[in-house]
Unconditional design. Structure first.
Length: 202
């Protein structure tokens, strides 16, 4: 499976054949304890380093209901694959649209209670630092140009991002800075971020 990570034609053929649709059907309908990490890994591979055409095809399969459901799984590898897949899809949506408009996947995620499910996952203590940071990235990206009306969630996310500015990991520091900048595009979010005289890093 890994050899097709950057083989766009192989990915396209697999999607057309119905392979992705079948995997997503498993995510949506099968009991969670019957879904193993091989299945979640198989989908994740299709979200890595894609062309815009492949990304559009994956989004057209409506992947969020199944992927959001996987965030309630108990297997750490399945959880990692699920949040990584969501992050890759959301990142693609971020990079292929103008930064001054709302995120294109916000409504699809919100329609399946994804905002709350993502936040519940983000707050878990039994996930890896990588998964936690990826969850934060998904949340602040989908709230591009939008107010986070749940003040408790906003405060928790902002506190996490501010604390992460002092991490040793440069990637976490950089994405946390980007997260604060992204949230601050909304005036009410920015007001919460800058409380106490905090200066948003550039």
């Amino acid at each position: 499976m890994f050899e097709i990570q950057q083989d766009y034609e192989a990915k396209k053929a697999a999607i057309i054949s119905g392979a992705i649709k079948a995997i997503l059907h498993i995510f949506e309908t099968r009991q969670l304890d019957c879904i193993n990490h091989y299945c979640s890994q198989a989908f994740y591979v299709f979200t890595i380093k894609n062309s815009s055409e492949i990304d559009r095809m994956i989004v057209g399969m409506k992947p969020f209901p199944g992927l959001i459901r996987l965030l309630s799984h108990t297997n750490t590898q399945v959880l990692s694959n699920a949040i990584s897949s969501i992050n890759n899809i959301v990142l693609s949506g971020t990079l292929t649209t103008m930064p001054n408009i709302p995120h294109p996947h916000y409504d699809s995620i919100a329609a399946v209670d994804g905002k709350n499910q993502l936040f519940n996952f983000f707050k878990r203590n039994n996930i890896s630092k990588l998964s936690k940071n990826q969850a934060s990235m998904v949340i602040w990206r989908i709230f591009r140009q939008r107010e986070m009306t749940n003040i408790e969630q906003l405060q928790y996310l902002v506190a996490y991002l501010k604390n992460s500015l002092y991490e040793d990991d440069d990637w976490i520091k950089q994405t946390s800075k980007e997260g604060l900048q992204n949230l601050a595009q909304n005036a009410k979010n920015r007001s919460e971020i800058t409380k106490g005289g905090f200066i948003i890093p550039k």
